[in-house]
Design a protein around this ligand. Structure first.
Ligand code: SAM
Length: 277
């Protein structure tokens, strides 16, 4: 899979892809990344890529011509044919659809992704209409530029490519992973972990078995895979209820999961009303 990033700060990415999983994916030939200086596509000797906004107001706006030409230079298919060619051009923008693990999974099916990084007040809207295929935001906050967002989208996507993570299944056993059913894993194998099914991950422990008075839960050293699996599932449910209850209505829950959640909610409700008394 190839990513091309278009930015006015190519130096921002120096070193960013030289660590851990991304570095190994590049070295292993599973991932290629090109970083392109938008100013190379400016039309004047000052290499101007921004201008004042029509209608007045604060700040500057990235001009459409350099961005359009930078994308054309990459030789992608025409916009109408990009889906079929498994190519996509993404404009990073606080006004975009919110990036998620599901979108990362879809993006990992494409062959080429171009990431356009805005700066200043943003990008001339005609880039969105004529050049980009999608407008993505990485969260409900405003960054000073699209570079960090581009790195986030690239990282979250490339680790889902087959062969990038050591264990193929590990991206499904973590937060927001798919359910066992969607993974076609129906629980026949000796397995101590559930597909996350849209929940947050369960808590992890390593040695030492005791740290500053806190002991690793006994079930994890017992070797009973079914018990470990259930314990992990319950902790994932608990953590999701506590930190991200908004995920629960969309999560893949079994009847057992629902019973556990109902009991937990009752217990928590009881504890809260006792606290308030
Ligand atoms: N005026 C814009 C607005 O209010 O939506 C904010 C522009 S921001 C200062 C400059 C650039 O940072 C944007 O063009 C975009 O590329 C990037 N950016 C800012 N917040 C982002 C977010 N949440 N997700 C993705 N990109 C973002």
């Amino acid at each position: 899979m190839r990513f091309d990033i278009i930015t006015i700060f190519p130096g921002f990415f120096a070193g960013i892809f030289e660590h851990g999983v991304v570095k190994r994916a590049i070295q292993g030939g599973l991932l290629a990344v090109g970083v392109h200086d938008l100013r190379e596509f400016a039309h004047d000797r000052h290499r101007t890529v921004d201008d004042r906004p029509f209608g007045g107001g604060e700040g500057m706006v990235l001009k459409p011509e350099p961005l359009a030409e930078a994308v054309e230079h990459l030789g992608l298919a025409p916009k109408a044919e990009r889906v079929a060619q498994r190519e996509t051009v993404i404009l990073l923008s606080a006004q975009g659809r919110k990036f998620s693990q599901g979108m990362a999974r879809d993006l990992a099916q494409t062959k080429r992704v171009v990431l356009l990084c805005g700066r200043y007040e943003g990008v001339d809207e005609r880039v969105n209409e004529l050049v980009a295929d999608q407008e993505l935001s990485i969260g409900d906050y405003v960054l000073s530029g699209g570079e960090l967002a581009a790195a986030v989208v690239l990282d979250a996507t490339m680790r889902l490519l087959p062969g990038v993570l050591g264990n193929e299944a590990s991206s499904e056993y973590e937060s927001f992973g798919q359910s066992d059913e969607l993974l076609n894993r129906t629980g026949t194998a000796l397995c101590s972990t559930h597909g996350a099914g849209g929940l947050l991950d369960y808590p992890h422990y390593t040695r030492p078995a005791e740290f500053r008075g806190l002991v690793v839960p006994e079930v994890l050293s017992g070797g009973n895979h079914e018990q470990i699996r259930r314990w992990r599932r319950e902790r994932a449910l608990e953590k999701t209820l506590r930190n991200r209850p908004d995920l629960l209505p969309h999560a893949e829950l079994s009847a057992e999961d629902r019973r556990f959640l109902r009991a937990l909610e009752q217990r928590l409700g009881g504890a809260q009303s006792k606290d308030s008394v």
